[in-house]
Design a protein around this ligand. Structure first.
Ligand code: SF4
Ligand code: F3S
Length: 107
């Protein structure tokens, strides 16, 4: 099992999650973060840190977010590691909670 970043991270990227991960398994794209499922140790720490409530364990993943399991695994192979928190994206507070943002994802 691993933890999964889901749709509400897109265009927000608050990055609070990065600071608590003990194994540095977050990977960064232009407007979204993913978790490398091969590195995640299921510690649960990142879940409570995300202001967008975008992180779930695979077991608790809402059905409509199931495609994010493969998306995290796929993008983690090509995106670089992020190991320190940074400023959120400029319009993060306007995009948080917006539904159906997948078409905004930049790879
Ligand atoms: Fe990192 Fe733990 Fe979150 Fe996995 S569950 S991504 S190991 S903080
Ligand atoms: Fe994204 Fe939440 Fe982390 S918005 S960058 S998963 S803190």
């Amino acid at each position: 099992m691993a933890y999964v970043v889901t749709e509400n991270c897109i265009k927000c990227k608050f990055t609070d999650c990065v600071d608590v991960c003990p194994v540095d398994c977050f990977r960064e794209g232009p407007n979204f973060l993913v978790i490398d499922p091969d590195e995640c140790i299921d510690c649960t720490l990142c879940v409570a840190e995300c202001p967008a409530e975008a992180i779930f364990s695979e077991d608790d993943l809402p059905a409509e977010q199931a495609h994010f399991i493969t998306l995290n695994a796929e993008l983690a192979k090509s995106w670089p590691a992020i190991v320190e928190r940074k400023d959120p994206l400029p319009d993060a507070n306007e995009w948080v909670g917006v539904k159906d943002k997948l078409d905004q994802l930049v790879r």
